[in-house]
Write a protein that binds this ligand. Structure first.
Ligand SMILES: Cc1cc2nc3c(=O)[nH]c(=O)nc-3n(C[C@H](O)[C@H](O)[C@H](O)COP(=O)(O)OP(=O)(O)OC[C@H]3O[C@@H](n4cnc5c(N)ncnc54)[C@H](O)[C@@H]3O)c2cc1C
Length: 592
């Protein structure tokens, strides 16, 4: 049976020592972000995830969903778990107090997001998407729509869903055909079909608010002719009371590789009543403004799965005895040594640990930067934080989701044949994690965004948001003897990243296939160097803390993991740079 324990100590370290969030007390929402708030929030979130959501993960996967003539019946226990989540006030955590929210920063919510994704990713999709819908409404809807829909989404009594994909329009949303025609009362009638809509139908909430991309009559072709609409499952009167059923129907649920307890719905809109959100034809622009937060959230899905995969691989490796250590028996009283003594098992476990702890630092830092980009009172600070977010978002989404899948796979490998058997739980993580590399923009599309939009932006302005602080960090520690084992590899690999960036700048314009063909390699190269910077900073803090005789075991482990990262993972940048700079000719000339 799998197990899960929330990594509270690491969250505390990252929030307090790594990000030092108490320094932002003057930023709206951060005033109470000290240990007095952080500790109970982390403890309560852990309790919810360990005791309520995690026990339903395997049963939800096994039982799956039932579709019954337009209705979707969730697995046993999910409704009760959702009610517990709502009664705990979790949906409102970061929302605007004017609409019933608690106004707390995203960085404090991020641990909960990760814990939910570790303990039950299928469950997490419904509140996760609701939060995306809430953001879309708050950023783009008029006051009337906000007042009508936001408070109930904030409380969690209604949920929200994002309806973009159609059979012929996935990555290319310019191909959307769903129509919106004006009614006489200012509303619109939506007609068309959407596929793959997560949580499109269920009975966890009293109402489901659909945010739908559709085309107005005479709209320009392609992406510039898409508008955003809001359309509730049940119509809502002016007093906020639920009325008659709207003309929205779930035609079925997909049978999927993973996420068996998350309804992925085929939705049909037959003249469904809807209201325009924002300006006509500006629907894609509206989507773009909330994309960074949504992509970070999907990244955290990968991270969450990696964490639970790691915990179970570690427990198994301590327990399972097979063969003797090559240097002689370590546990002579046992019939064989536990597999944790074997170098290759240790390589897999440390790869997972480095990914989870490094990825967690990245996710929390991105959440903080997102907060600062929106909330900081100083415009210059907002801009700096936003530059970082723009550049690092595609890297975060792809790194954390590629890694989520890879780490789940490693957990299966550590389990040997038992990993392939359902009872042990880890094969579910491989299946569940796989989709995170595809939705919210495939990881190839993230790479095109990085190379095509983010690098060239204002002659490399976003890039400076990364290279300047890294240079400053290297300069600060260049004479620190203890830090050399981290600073030297970091400096060397920053140079490789610079080489790759210059190569793209020089070749990408003259041959766009070189840029597009090398984008994924460049994205991975960037991620490895970014994580080296993150690990070097964690190591520097750990060294300081050890001098102050802090939590010895914890901080020594940080230094060990940082060392492993520098020596065993970071060198892969060399092969990435080599294949990036080989160009695209071999791919583009091949007959496929
Ligand atoms: C479980 C699940 C849940 C989902 N939830 C939602 C949801 O809630 N709402 C919603 O609207 N959608 C949802 N989706 C849809 C999801 O966002 C799409 O599947 C995704 O955007 C990819 O679109 P596609 O499947 O049509 O693939 P395609 O766009 O057909 O892509 C196929 C392949 O071609 C590649 N490709 C395409 N164009 C390019 C290019 N220019 N350069 C390089 N490579 C390219 C892609 O990277 C991919 O590898 C969900 C899907 C699943 C499976």
């Amino acid at each position: 049976m799998p197990q899960y324990k929330a990594p509270i100590r690491d969250f505390q370290f990252l929030l307090q020592d790594y990000l030092k969030i108490e320094q932002y007390k003057s930023v709206p929402g951060f005033a109470d972000c000290g240990p007095e708030l952080m500790t109970p929030v982390l403890d309560e979130a852990a309790k919810l995830c360990e005791e309520v959501l995690f026990p339903l993960n395997q049963s939800g996967d096994k039982q799956g969903l039932r579709y019954d003539n337009g209705r979707v019946i969730m697995p046993d226990g999910f409704k009760e778990a959702y009610d517990t989540y709502v009664n705990g006030g979790w949906p409102s955590f970061t929302c605007d107090p004017e609409y019933g929210g608690q106004g707390l920063p995203e960085v404090l919510n991020m641990p909960l997001m990760e814990m939910v994704c570790s303990s039950n990713l299928s469950f997490g999709l419904t509140p996760g998407l609701s939060h995306g819908a809430y953001n879309a409404i708050m950023l783009h809807a008029n006051d009337e729509l906000k007042k009508k829909y936001a408070p109930k989404i904030v409380s969690g009594h209604w949920s929200g869903v994002m309806c973009l994909t159609e059979p012929q329009a996935g990555t290319d949303l310019g191909l959307i055909r769903t129509k919106a025609e004006a009614n006489t009362d200012g509303s619109y009638a939506l007609t068309g079909g959407k596929i793959f809509i997560s949580s499109g139908e269920h009975e966890l909430t009293e109402n489901i608010i659909h945010l739908v991309l559709a085309r107005l009559p005479g709209a320009p072709a392609g992406i510039k002719g898409i508008s955003l609409f809001i359309s509730p499952k049940f119509l809502v009167d002016d007093n906020g009371k639920i009325g008659e059923r709207n003309k929205i129907r779930c035609e079925g649920v997909e049978h999927k590789m993973g996420l068996h307890a998350s309804p992925t719905c085929v939705m049909q809109y037959d003249g469904a009543t809807a209201w325009l959100v924002g300006e006509p034809h500006k629907g894609m622009r509206a989507m773009f403004t909330m994309m960074n937060a949504a992509r970070l959230y999907v990244g955290v899905q990968g991270l969450g799965v990696a964490e639970i995969a790691y915990q179970n691989a570690l427990a198994y490796a301590r327990d399972r005895v097979q063969m003797r250590a090559v240097t002689g028996a370590k546990f002579p009283d046992k019939p064989a040594d536990p597999i944790i003594v074997h170098a290759d098992v240790r390589r897999m476990l440390l790869t997972m640990r480095a990914f989870c702890e490094g990825g967690r630092a990245l996710a929390l830092e991105m959440a903080l930067m997102n907060d600062l980009a929106h909330r900081h009172p100083d415009a210059e600070m907002r801009e700096q934080a936003d530059d970082f977010v723009q550049l690092i978002t595609p890297i975060t989404k792809s790194y954390l989701t590629d890694g989520g899948f890879d780490m789940a796979n490693l957990a299966v490998q550590v389990h040997g044949g038992y990993g392939y058997i359902k009872e042990y739980g880890v094969e579910q993580y491989v299946r569940d994690a796989r989709i995170t590399m595809i939705y919210e923009g495939t990881n190839s599309i993230q790479a095109l965004d990085l190379v095509g939009r983010k690098l060239p932006y204002r002659t490399g302005r976003y890039l400076r948001a990364f290279f300047h602080p890294v240079d400053a960090f290297i300069t600060k520690h260049k004479d620190n003897a203890e830090m050399q084992e981290f600073i030297k590899p970091l400096s060397k690999h920053v140079e490789y990243l610079q080489k790759g960036t210059i190569w793209l700048a020089m070749n990408g314009l003259s041959n766009p296939d070189d840029a597009a063909g090398g984008a994924v390699e460049y994205q991975k190269l960037f991620a490895h160097v970014l994580l080296a910077y993150i690990w070097a900073r964690q190591a520097a803090i750990a060294q300081e803390k050890l001098k102050a005789s802090g939590d010895k075991e914890f901080f020594e482990a940080k230094i060990t993991t940082a060392r492993f990262y520098m020596q065993k993972i970071l060198p892969s940048t060399i092969s990435l740079l080599s294949s990036l700079t080989a160009g695209s000719k071999s791919m583009m000339q091949a007959h496929l």
